[in-house]
Structures are given as structure tokens and as C-alpha cells.
Design a protein around this ligand. Structure first.
Ligand code: NAP
Length: 341
């Protein structure tokens, strides 16, 4: 059985990675179509050993499409996902537009693939925020073992999480520093080169930012509504790979050694935790990889049952493209695709 797949946002950071992941995993596709805005019509994007010529979303007929992987932002998704679903395709969306909709499952396959069995009335399935995906992959097995009460997270998020224009800004500013040019800011509110910015997304009345709020509510929707979550999101001058410093408080006792061996068995997780120089993973090593790396696992002595750890993953892969393709694979494995091409 093979399926007709459309990738919307095929020229973007996530879309290009989606095409890469589909090819690498030999996704059973009879046809893959790359779509983007009118600006990109005819642009060639890599797919496997060849290329695809990008088509205009506005003029594309989705009848006959089985799966649509969307990564063109919230506004495009708001307008197009329902239309595409109405044409018969199942939409797997990367934007934040549908994540908290009660009729839209929010899925990280290693954690809650079962939630797909409850149905998706709107024909839309949501992919979580990039920082949420890697966090819940690591939290889930620990929650099963000792029940998490509270999680405190500080993120160190790469610029690719903000799209291709943001990557260009880090590159331009870095170059400008070296050649003593003026630093131009378009995407980020402060200089990102050789700096860190404790602000991702719009500010809310609570004082948190939208990115922080998304992580807090998404962890609860995917994992457990009773978990208390406190997040500070920080942008760092790294091109690819998000890192997280995480402190967890549990209901029941769990030692660092127990956590290490539980995480070693957990799907999607690789433990790299040697207590020596370089005995942990950094974003540069995680870029291009599928795993969520966990290290620096240690007892948090400030609470009764606490652990602290370090989580790193490629935000364009587990945080977006890989997770979306894994959801599509789950639909096939669970026989949830309405219509096979
Ligand atoms: N980057 C991450 O780590 C990450 C993780 C999780 C989720 N996401 C989400 O995934 C989405 C895409 O992110 P990205 O990083 O790939 O952004 P990006 O690099 O800026 O790419 C945006 C893509 O959307 C397309 N697009 C924009 N407006 C369009 C329109 N009106 N019609 C059709 N296509 C349109 C662009 O096409 P043109 O080239 O033609 O403009 C481009 O292909 C966002 O919703 C983002 O929040 C990103």
C-alpha cells in the first residue's frame, strides 16, 4: 500500500527536513508533492536522490491526497488545514494553530500514540512545539516510574526554531561582528550573535511568553493535566538543536541510577551521561540525529524526590519533521488512514 503525500511549506526549514525524513525512512509514498507560496513556484527542493519542483498551494487540488504534512505557520494552517481535510486528506500540522483544540489530538508517538485511536473529527492532527516534543519523550518513562508532580525547565533554543530567516540573521550578525559592520536586527528583538535572549514569542499578561505557555499546556495535554510545569524559554546563538535544563519533582522516590536505566530502555531516548569532560551531548552533536539525548542525570537535593537532567535534540527533526512523519507512520500502522491511494 502506498500513499499520496503533500508537504506544505516545502521550501522552509521544517518542510525541507520533512522531505529528507520521508526519503530516509522510505515512507510508503506513491507520490510526494512539495507546496509553498506563489513566491516559490518552480523552486527545486531535494527529495531522496532527486528534486521536486515546488507548486503553489493556492492552485493545488488536494483530491486524491492521503496525507498532508503542513509546516507553513499558523495563519496558513488556519485557512488551509480545514479545506485540505475536507478534500479527504489527513493533515498533520506543525503550527500552534490546532494544538489545544479538543477535537485535535496532539501527538508524540513515543508518548501518546494511543490518543489517535480516539479519532480526529476535524481531520487534523497536531505536532507539538519543538521544545515540548523532546521534553515529553524524556519525561514519559520517568512519569510512569515515579509520577511527576512538578517540572521546571529552562530552554536553550536554536535559531532554526524561528525559521530560515532567523538562521540568516544569526549568520549575518556573526559576520558583521567579525568585519566590524553595523548589526542589523529584523527577526530578533536584540542582537542574537554572541548573545542570549530570554524571550521567545509574544508576552502574555501573566509575564510568561507564548512559547513558555505553549510548553506548559502542551506537556499537560500530552502527558498528564496534573503535572505542574514552569518554563523559561531562551534563544541562543546555535543554528540547530534545542537544549533544556530540567528539574523534576516526583511523588515517589527514584534515584539517578534508576532514572538512567529507565531512560536507557525508553523509545526515542539515548542516554549519554558520563561524569567526565565532554560526557554529555551538545546541540552540534544532536543536529541531524533522530534521538532525544539525556545526560547530567543527578539527584536534586532541594526536594524530597527530585532529579535534574539535560535534554538535547534536533528541533527540526524530533521537534518537527521526524515527529510528523512518525505520526503518519502510526496512522498507517494503526490502520487509521481512511483512504489508501
Ligand atoms: N523550526 C522548528 O523547529 C519548528 C518546530 C516545530 C514547529 N515549527 C512550525 O513549523 C512551521 C514552519 O516553520 P519553519 O521553521 O519551517 O519556517 P520557515 O523556514 O520560515 O518556512 C516557512 C514555510 O512556509 C511557507 N509559506 C509561508 N507562507 C505561505 C503561504 N501563504 N502559502 C504557502 N506557503 C507558505 C514558506 O514558503 P515560501 O518559501 O514560498 O515563503 C516556507 O516553505 C511554523 O508553524 C513553525 O512554528 C517549527
Amino acid at each position: 500500500m502506498s500513499y499520496k503525500v503533500a508537504v506544505v511549506g516545502a521550501t522552509g526549514n521544517v518542510g525541507r527536513e520533512m522531505l529528507g525524513v520521508l526519503a530516509e525512512r522510505r515512507f510508503p509514498a506513491s507520490e510526494v508533492v512539495g507546496l509553498a507560496s506563489s513566491r516559490s513556484v518552480g523552486v527545486e527542493v531535494s527529495f531522496g536522490d532527486g528534486t521536486l519542483k515546488v507548486k503553489n498551494l493556492e492552485h493545488y487540488d488536494f483530491s486524491g491526497t492521503d496525507i498532508c504534512l503542513m509546516s507553513a505557520g499558523g495563519a496558513v494552517s488556519k485557512e488551509w488545514s480545514p479545506r485540505i481535510a475536507k478534500a479527504g486528506a489527513i493533515v498533520i500540522d506543525n503550527s500552534s494553530q490546532w494544538r489545544m483544540d479538543r477535537e485535535v489530538p496532539l501527538i508524540v508517538p513515543e508518548v501518546n500514540a494511543f490518543a489517535l485511536d480516539g479519532g480526529f473529527k476535524k481531520g487534523i492532527i497536531a505536532n507539538p512545539n519543538c521544545s515540548t516534543a523532546q521534553l515529553v519523550v524524556a519525561l514519559k518513562p520517568l512519569h510512569d516510574a515515579a509520577t511527576i508532580k512538578r517540572v521546571v525547565v529552562a530552554t536553550y533554543q536554536s535559531v532554526s526554531g524561528a525559521g530560515k530567516d532567523a538562521m540568516d540573521e544569526l549568520f549575518r550578525q556573526t559576520r558583521a561582528v567579525f568585519v566590524a559592520d553595523a548589526i542589523e536586527k529584523e527577526h530578533f528583538p536584540k542582537q542574537i550573535a554572541f548573545n542570549v535572549i530570554p524571550h521567545i514569542g509574544d508576552f502574555l499578561d501573566s509575564g510568561y511568553t507564548k512559547e513558555e505557555w505553549k510548553m506548559m499546556v502542551e506537556v499537560q495535554k500530552i502527558l498528564d493535566p496534573d503535572i505542574l510545569v514552569n518554563v523559561t524559554c531562551v534563544r541562543v546563538p546555535v543554528f540547530i538543536g534545542h537544549s533544556e535544563a530540567v528539574s523534576i519533582e516526583f511523588e515517589r522516590p527514584i534515584t539517578a541510577a534508576q532514572a538512567r536505566s529507565i531512560l536507557r530502555e525508553a523509545p526515542g531516548v539515548l542516554v549519554v551521561d558520563k561524569h567526565e569532560d565532554g560526557g554529555y551531548v551538545t546541540p552540534i552533536e544532536a543536529a541531524g540525529e533522530d534521538a532525544t539525548y539525556v545526560g547530567r542525570i543527578r539527584k536534586d537535593p532541594t526536594v524530597d524526590h527530585g532529579l535534574s537532567l539535560w535534554i538535547v535534540s534536533d528541533n527540526l527533526r524530533k521537534g518537527a519533521a521526524l515527529n510528523a512523519v512518525q505520526i503518519a507512520e502510526c496512522l498507517i500502522n494503526r490502520k487509521l488512514l481512511k483512504r489508501a491511494a
